[in-house]
Design a protein around this ligand. Structure first.
Ligand SMILES: [Zn+2]
Length: 129
């Protein structure tokens, strides 16, 4: 399974804005567009309207691969979709598994960044690979 932006394999993709964009689209279901005024700027929208305001808030995707609050939104999204999550640490690295049932287990094995492994396992779950 390869990144639609840079064609890097999911298990080799580094934590960066390209991965954040991939997670926003493929896992979180955010919509994408080019800014109407500056087409070179790509913007994302999570589909909700700002509280008290009736407009769409297009922005850059959150730092899913580099920020625990944003990465946790990914965990909760999959939790809400029925996945159990198994996060392990062996003192130097992290392993993340999202599981629907025994046949549908999506693993990102043992790397230093928990946030990166959450993103990689979530992309596998969203892609069914
Ligand atoms: Zn990429």
């Amino acid at each position: 399974m390869k990144c639609p932006h840079c064609q890097t394999e999911v298990d080799e993709h580094e934590a960066n804005r390209c991965l954040d964009a991939w997670v926003a689209e493929a896992v979180m279901g955010w919509q994408i567009r080019n800014n109407p005024d500056i087409p070179s700027i790509v913007e994302y929208w999570d589909g909700t309207l700002l509280t008290g305001l009736k407009y769409e808030y297009w922005r850059e995707p959150p730092y899913f691969s580099d920020d625990i609050a944003a990465a946790w939104e990914v965990v909760e999204k999959l939790n809400d979709a029925g996945y159990t999550v198994d996060i392990r640490n062996d003192r130097v690295a992290w392993s993340v598994v999202f599981m629907l049932d025994e046949d549908k287990k999506y693993t990102a094995d043992w790397k230093a960044s928990l946030f990166l492994q959450i993103c990689r396992a979530a992309l596998k779950a969203a892609g069914g690979e």
